[in-house]
Design a binder for this molecule. Structure first.
Ligand SMILES: [Zn+2]
Length: 546
């Protein structure tokens, strides 16, 4: 293999969508993207279900649908328990796309989600979200971490997303710091690994930025209540300059893929699905007695509160909290402690169905099925009937307005049953802007979103650029991206890949052929230690995933 062949760049924009990028191009702050697009194939990229970064990036890394790689979210149920655990890179069936590309010259992977702990590749890797802490095994080779740590701007306040509109400037400070850190690491790594042939980088923070500033990004100049628009434009200007540097690295005849894991849209409200299920008799809660016997639930809930207090204390200075306001915030913690973000309050012995994850656009529900769930009560014989009852009941829901309830087999390919942990029902609402959670003991069933102004949508974006690319506009599936990348680099596509090379945009690629016949690999899943788990949960919580 000749290392003199053109370089390849895969530039991920987490949560990226043309709705925002077009606005930024129109505002004149993304000149490199604008120019590149004129000679590229580009369009909407349909993401996977569930619509979240963990499932989608896992699909990118493995070439498989979520039901085939088994990662549906950042958190998954611990086998045989009522506890959820943070997923990590060991959950991905290997070989991943990095492993498949190992003969194609050294590669660099920078902040691609679901790559912690970093593993041995031909090149270097810096893990992306979620990582337990910044000192741990987040690099390959391991000694790289010590070199990179001084380049990372640390925010004394930590991260917090529970801030009201007028305080959101704090989030922007943090996102700016993260982008600067990414740029510094990139400069260092491209200098150190000059022989790099393929570079993967993910601008992860666009996702978070859109969660909180979607409305400001859509505001007209002069009608931006908190004045965030100029700073947001500056952020995208900086991102575009970074993209430009990466394009220069790959240029002039390099192969370029720009892609998002999912798109975004405005949030209509938060649906507390477990409370809704309770109101319809599908879920029961235990009588609250704070029994000491409930050690597992208690310890998690205590830990969650500890993490919250720790974060609050860290954030105090930045928020300018003192005296009365601190008291008020602590009071809020006590109150929020009444609703529980874990499911330890569920009376499983009389619960037929539950929500176990956050849902965005496609909202998941599980049946408490015997043999699969730790305390399942629905027998396989009752399953279809109960699922249909629930499905029909969901279809009568008007707040939010439910327009479709899909049975698992209508969404997921459950043939091989390897990871039969797919949701049993998936709900779609009229606007697509409903986010569901799994909280219990909430006061309302459906309420406005207090902090987030936007949430994920299935429709993301892609762009392909290179000598063989036929410029134009079109659609693609996220699953086609890894297949395209392999085909473009003359690497055989494993037979179990779920996508096709995008030959309609790159005619030299042959669609529909499978070069290998291996069956899909299975993952050797490993679990975090309790300390690591705490670190990951704190991080995910600070990003609003818990
Ligand atoms: Zn994402």
């Amino acid at each position: 293999m000749s290392y003199a062949s053109p370089r390849t760049l895969i530039f991920g924009i987490d949560g990226g969508c043309w709705e925002i990028l077009d606005r930024m191009i129109a505002a004149g702050v993304m000149p490199r993207l604008k120019k590149l697009r004129e000679t590229s194939a580009w369009g909407d990229l349909e993401s996977v279900v569930p619509v979240n970064s963990a499932a989608a990036w896992s699909s990118f890394l493995t070439g498989m649908k979520p039901e085939h790689h088994g990662v549906y979210d950042f958190l998954a149920w611990m086998p045989g328990s009522n506890r959820r655990t943070a997923v990590n890179a060991s959950w991905l069936p290997r070989p991943t796309i990095f492993d498949l590309l190992k003969e194609r010259g050294p590669l660099l992977s920078l902040k691609v989600p679901l790559t912690y702990p970093a593993w041995t590749i031909n090149g270097a890797m810096v893990s992306g979200l979620p990582t337990p802490d910044d000192e741990a095994a987040f690099t390959y080779p391991g000694d790289l971490a010590a070199k990179l740590n001084p380049l990372i701007l640390k925010h004394s306040a930590g991260r917090s997303w529970e801030v009201d509109s007028e305080q959101r400037g704090m989030i922007l400070d943090q996102l700016d710091a993260a982008q600067i850190s990414l740029e510094r690491m990139t400069d260092y790594l491209l200098q150190k690994y000059q022989e790099t042939q393929t570079c993967f980088v993910v601008a992860r923070d666009v996702d978070e930025l859109q969660h909180f500033f979607w409305d400001a990004l859509f505001s007209q100049p002069g009608h931006d209540p908190f004045g965030y628009r100029p700073r947001l434009e500056k952020y995208f200007l900086r991102l575009d300059a970074y993209l430009g540097r990466m394009l220069d690295w790959a240029a002039p005849e390099g192969k370029v893929i720009i892609m998002s894991d999912h798109g975004f849209g405005p949030v209509e409200g938060i649906w507390h699905l477990n409370e809704w299920l309770r109101s319809k008799g599908f879920l029961s809660l235990r009588v609250e007695s704070k029994k000491a016997s409930d050690r597992e639930g208690l310890s998690w809930s205590l830990r969650a509160r500890f993490a919250l207090s720790r974060r609050l204390l860290k954030g105090m200075k930045n928020l300018g909290l003192s005296g009365d306001r601190l008291e008020a915030s602590l009071e809020k913690i006590k109150l929020s402690g009444l609703s529980s973000a874990d499911l330890s309050g569920v009376e499983w012995g009389s619960t037929l169905a539950y929500a176990g994850n956050v849902g965005e656009e496609y909202l998941p529900i599980y049946i408490n099925l015997q043999g699969r769930e730790p305390q399942g009560i629905v027998s396989p014989e009752q399953y279809l009937q109960i699922r249909e009852d629930l499905r029909r009941t969901l279809l009568t829901c008007t707040e939010p307005k439910v327009i479709a309830v899909h049975r698992s087999e209508e969404i997921f390919d459950l043939q091989d049953g390897r990871y039969a942990l797919a949701p049993d029902l998936v709900i779609q609402t009229a606007t697509g802007g409903v986010q569901s959670d799994f909280n219990i003991r909430t006061h309302q069933l459906f309420e406005p979103s207090r902090y987030r102004v936007a949430c994920h949508r299935r429709k993301g974006m892609f762009l392909l650029h290179g000598a063989q690319v036929q410029p134009g506009h079109g659609q693609a599936s996220l699953l086609d991206i890894p297949a395209t990348l392999l085909a473009w680099l003359d690497v055989p596509i494993p037979g179990y890949f779920d996508g096709q090379p995008l030959s309609r945009f790159i005619p030299t690629l042959v669609s529909g052929t499978r070069h290998t016949t291996e069956t899909a690999p299975a993952a050797q899943r490993e679990f975090y230690t309790e300390d690591e788990e705490d670190g990951v949960r704190e991080k995910l919580e600070s990003l609003g995933y818990l």
